[in-house]
Design a protein around this ligand. Structure first.
Ligand SMILES: Cc1cc2nc3c(=O)[nH]c(=O)nc-3n(C[C@H](O)[C@H](O)[C@H](O)COP(=O)(O)O)c2cc1C
Length: 125
């Protein structure tokens, strides 16, 4: 299972709470840094992030929510529980399917995206 804490006011939290309650964590590699920076700095309420980044949603195998094909790993999840923690909703979900780039799965390539200064830029840590 996975747990994701998503801001109550985010656009992303809305579809996750509609039926079917699903979410797909996508793991980006370092080369998507700028696209992810863009996605994490704007709301989908205001901009079309797919247009803005060139990233394209693709069908998942086991859930209706799309995967982001450019990412190196994906977890197709069904939400079991959503807990209001104040400013965030904590989603606890079962992983229906998971897949990863062969090189990442074999340890030949790292999916260590959150290296460097990037989290600090977002969260001020
Ligand atoms: C690398 C990265 C990780 C993030 N992780 C989270 C997270 O776990 N939960 C969250 O609520 N926001 C997270 N954010 C911030 C949201 O992406 C940001 O608030 C975004 O503008 C929300 O867009 P939306 O309104 O389209 O959902 C993250 C941002 C970045 C760049």
């Amino acid at each position: 299972m996975v747990a994701c804490a998503i801001g109550q006011k985010t656009y992303s939290s809305e579809p996750i709470q509609q039926q079917p309650k699903e979410l797909v964590p996508n793991v980006p590699a370092q080369e998507l840094k700028h696209q992810i920076d863009n996605c994490g700095s704007h709301s989908g309420r205001d901009v079309d992030k797919f247009k803005g980044t060139g990233l394209a949603p693709q069908p998942a195998r086991h859930v209706d929510a799309p995967i982001m094909g450019e990412c190196v790993a994906h977890m197709e999840c069904r939400v079991e529980q959503a807990t209001d923690t104040g400013d965030k909703v904590l989603f606890i979900a079962t992983v229906a399917d998971a897949c990863a780039d062969e090189d990442v799965a074999q340890g030949r390539r790292t999916a260590e995206y959150a290296a460097g200064d990037f989290p600090g830029k977002v969260y001020g840590t």
